[in-house]
Structures are given as structure tokens and as C-alpha cells.
Design a protein around this ligand. Structure first.
Ligand SMILES: NC(=O)C1=CN([C@@H]2O[C@H](COP(=O)(O)OP(=O)(O)OC[C@H]3O[C@@H](n4cnc5c(N)ncnc54)[C@H](O)[C@@H]3O)[C@@H](O)[C@H]2O)C=CC1
Ligand SMILES: O=C(O)[C@@H]1CCC=N1
Length: 269
């Protein structure tokens, strides 16, 4: 009997995961989704051909539930699910901040819970999903979780104490790169380039740099040194980045994201 997986809360990350599972070859007959708004449910059903059910039906009929609602909506969802959830269901949470202990407190005793922090590049099978098991999650539950997340990118197991940091670096990470691309495109415009050309140049520089970071095995400092010619253009730019405290700004930004993840722990913030 194949495992049925339900995605509860099909917003940005829930839909990204759903589409990834379908690309990876999951049969739509083995997938269920839930959505709060009927228009959204209809649109998703039309797009993916997956059955839309209530949260309670998902709890009863799926072997694995992926909870992808906002941390602030999680406690309400758990209250709805708890009376209907058989304790052998695997519950995977994609919510930032919310610890596995909160799920264990609110769901039937012994429910296996796995906390995952994915990121939106799962849409192009280049995601990173950071995985931690709760106190009832066995190796089999972690493997089942990896079976879902590996086809849409990489996975990494970490102790749950590292999840808030992983959320700051990896869950939110793509946003920082988009922000930098946007800022550098503006710079290109200031320097007189048309927006579309500036965009293309920066995106290709980002892709080239990312592939070199991944494939060359070189430390980022070495890669940067290779671009930085004596008395050249790059060092003039780097001096300005240092003068404006960009390194310190990034450290402070990620610290703020980590702190916000901790604040979301209660699911109420
Ligand atoms: N967007 C991202 O890049 C990432 C988001 N996450 C986590 O994923 C979760 C969702 O985030 P987004 O997709 O960005 O938010 P979103 O707002 O796009 O999606 C949340 C969805 O849950 C639905 N929802 C809320 N309560 C519900 C309920 N009781 N039953 C069924 N559906 C319900 C909402 O209608 C909405 O469609 C959050 O916990 C976030 O921390 C994790 C990693 C990355
Ligand atoms: O911004 C957020 O809270 C979510 C979690 C990580 C990425 N997006």
C-alpha cells in the first residue's frame, strides 16, 4: 500500500513542495492537499489534479502530514487535528521557529514529529531542507522525510538546537540574494545600463559565482582574490562595501532572523 502524503496549508512553500513531489514522480492519487480558501482549493485542484480535503480528512487518511501554515496559525491547526489524528501518523512541520516539543504537547502521545526548514528553490529542485527529528521520530521517519525532500534539492540533518540558525541562513537565505540582485541592478541603472541588461548581467554573475562556489572546492576568499586585480576595479568596490559595513550588516541581519525564529517558537507571536 503506497504512503499517502497530505500538504496542509498550500501557500508559497506548501505549493512549492507539492509541485516538487509531482515532478519527482509521486502519483497524484497518493497526495492530498488542504486549503483555507475555496478559490485557492479550486485553483490548486485545477493546476495539479490533487484531491483537496479538509484538515480532518487529511489527518484520518494520510500517513504523512506536512504542515505548511504560518507559525501563527499552527496552534489553531493543531487543535483542529489533535482529536482526529491516529498517533502513528508522521507529522512534518515546515514552520519557522515552532519546536517539535510544541507539536508533541498538542498531538496524541507518541506522535512522531519531524521539523524541516526548506527554502523556495525547491521550485527548481535546488532547495535545501534542514531536518531535525522530535523525540518520537525514528530513523524510518527521518528517511521518509528525506524521501519527500531529497528530490527537490539537498537535505541536511541538524540537531534541533541549530534550526533557528538554519532558518536564518537557509530558509530566508534566498531572499538576501534577491535583495542583493535588486540593489546591484539599481547600481547598473545608475551606471547607465538599461534595466533588463543590468538584470541579465547580475543574474549571470550570481549563477556563475554560485556554480563556482559549489563546484570548485575553493574557499570564497580565494575565489574573490582571483577576481580582485591589483589596483583594479574590484578592490575599489570592496573598499566601499567594507566602509559601509556590509559584512557587519549581514551578520546583524542573520542574527535578527535567528531571533525572530526564536520568537515564533510559541506559535503565538
Ligand atoms: N516562504 C518560504 O520561503 C518558507 C516558508 N516556510 C514556512 O512555511 C510556512 C508557510 O509559509 P508561506 O508558504 O510563506 O506562507 P503562505 O501564507 O503563503 O501560506 C500559508 C498557507 O496556509 C493556509 N492556511 C492557514 N491556516 C490554515 C488552515 N488551518 N488550514 C489550511 N490552510 C491554512 C493559508 O491560507 C496559506 O495559503 C510558514 O510556517 C513558514 O515559516 C519555511 C521555509 C521557507
Ligand atoms: O520569512 C519567513 O518567516 C519564512 C521562514 C523562512 C523563509 N520564510
Amino acid at each position: 500500500m503506497p504512503q499517502k502524503v497530505a500538504v496542509l496549508g498550500t501557500g508559497k512553500i506548501g505549493e512549492a513542495l507539492l509541485s516538487g513531489m509531482i515532478r519527482a514522480g509521486w502519483s497524484t492519487a497518493d497526495l492530498l492537499i488542504t486549503a483555507r480558501r475555496p478559490e485557492r482549493a479550486e485553483a490548486l485542484h485545477a493546476r495539479y489534479g490533487v484531491e483537496v480535503v479538509s484538515n480532518i480528512e487529511a489527518a484520518k487518511n494520510a500517513d504523512t502530514l506536512i504542515l505548511a501554515v504560518k507559525p501563527q496559525d499552527m496552534t489553531t491547526l493543531l487543535e483542529e487535528l489533535a482529536p482526529h489524528l491516529p498517533a502513528d501518523r508522521l507529522v512534518i512541520s515546515a514552520a519557522a521557529g515552532v519546536p517539535t516539543a510544541l507539536f508533541e504537547e498538542r498531538l496524541p502521545a507518541g506522535t512522531p514529529v519531524v521539523r524541516v526548514m526548506p527554502n523556495t528553490p525547491v521550485l527548481v529542485d535546488e532547495g535545501m531542507s534542514v531536518i531535525s527529528g522530535g523525540s518520537h521520530a525514528t530513523e524510518e521517519h527521518l528517511l521518509r522525510t528525506e524521501e519527500i525532500f531529497k528530490p527537490v534539492g539537498k537535505t541536511l540533518r541538524v540537531p534541533e538546537t541549530q534550526q533557528d540558525a538554519a532558518t536564518a541562513l537557509s530558509g530566508s537565505g534566498p531572499a538576501y540574494f534577491y535583495f542583493l540582485v535588486e540593489a546591484m541592478t539599481d547600481a547598473g541603472i545608475l551606471l547607465g545600463l538599461p534595466r533588463d541588461k543590468a538584470h541579465d548581467l547580475i543574474v549571470q554573475a550570481a549563477i556563475g559565482a554560485a556554480v563556482m562556489l559549489r563546484d570548485s572546492g575553493e574557499h570564497p576568499v580565494k575565489l574573490r582574490e582571483a577576481v580582485t586585480s591589483p589596483a583594479g576595479t574590484t578592490i575599489s568596490a570592496i573598499r566601499e562595501l567594507e566602509r559601509h559595513g556590509v559584512r557587519a550588516a549581514l551578520i546583524a541581519a542573520l542574527e535578527a532572523a535567528r531571533d525572530r525564529s526564536r520568537e515564533l517558537a510559541s506559535g503565538h507571536a
